[in-house]
Ligand binder design. Structure first.
Ligand SMILES: [Fe+2]
Length: 239
């Protein structure tokens, strides 16, 4: 996907259309935050510090595992729904997903090498991995925009919001508990206050007992006092 300056001017028209159910919006906010935070952490790592270096390497590996699962979720739940009504509509993104799968494997290999490499080479290997991870992140940012525009256009043309919510519900139900905790940790703090209140309010009403409290505790350390106050007021929580 090439950068298109005209898309910037199109922002002024963003409020013209009624909002539709966007199954990409929240998970992509999570991914952008998670990718950027991991990249920043790697850029700041002290290669002389054994613990810091291994933690930075482990964080890269965890991010890559999360990205691998995300590809799988989209390929399994979203793309078949699109292909059912618009054959060929996922071809470009599927091809990019194949490329992402290869990049994830190569980056994971490089992260393992960093964690095992001799002390005198660590700084150079860490910087090389930082640059390659930055390229991967840059491509993913463009890729997510393609999905949020072209893919959403197909989904909105062929599915009602209730049907899209059902597709998303099936996807969420397939996510194991440990991955869900990582998702909540990155997704909830990355939302606007009104989005956060809406998602958590829905969770309190509909999710199994305990999930709501877990979500609050996972998110709390990553909110400012002001953000927490807005959420507490919106959900009438005891503070
Ligand atoms: Fe994707």
């Amino acid at each position: 996907m090439q950068f298109n300056p005209q898309e910037i001017t199109a922002l002024a028209q963003a409020d013209a259309a009624a909002p539709r159910m966007d199954i990409y919006a929240f998970i992509h906010k999570a991914l952008r935050a998670y990718m950027f935070d991991t990249l920043l952490g790697l850029g700041r790592v002290d290669a002389e510090d054994d613990l810091e270096l291994s933690q930075a390497g482990a964080r890269v590996l965890q991010l890559l595992s999360f990205c691998r699962s995300h590809l799988h979720h989209e390929n399994t739940f979203v793309h078949p729904a699109m292909e059912r009504h618009a054959p060929g509509s996922t071809a470009a993104v599927e091809q990019e997903h194949d490329g992402h799968g290869q990049a994830i494997a190569a980056l994971a290999d490089a992260a393992q090498q960093l964690m095992q490499c001799p002390r005198e080479r660590r700084a150079r290997v860490a910087h090389a991995l930082y640059q390659q991870l930055a390229l991967f992140v840059a491509h993913n940012f463009e890729h997510m925009q393609l999905e949020e525009t072209a893919h959403n256009a197909v989904l909105w043309a062929h599915y009602s919001d209730a049907e899209l919510a059902a597709i998303e519900g099936a996807l969420i139900a397939s996510i194991p508990a440990d991955e869900m905790l990582v998702t909540l940790r990155w997704m909830l703090p990355s939302m606007t206050p009104s989005e956060r209140a809406m998602v958590l309010g829905d969770m309190r009403r509909n999710a199994p007992p305990g999930i709501f409290d877990t979500a609050l505790s996972v998110m709390r350390p990553h909110l400012s006092n002001g953000e927490w106050g807005k959420l507490a007021r919106a959900l009438e929580l005891a503070r």
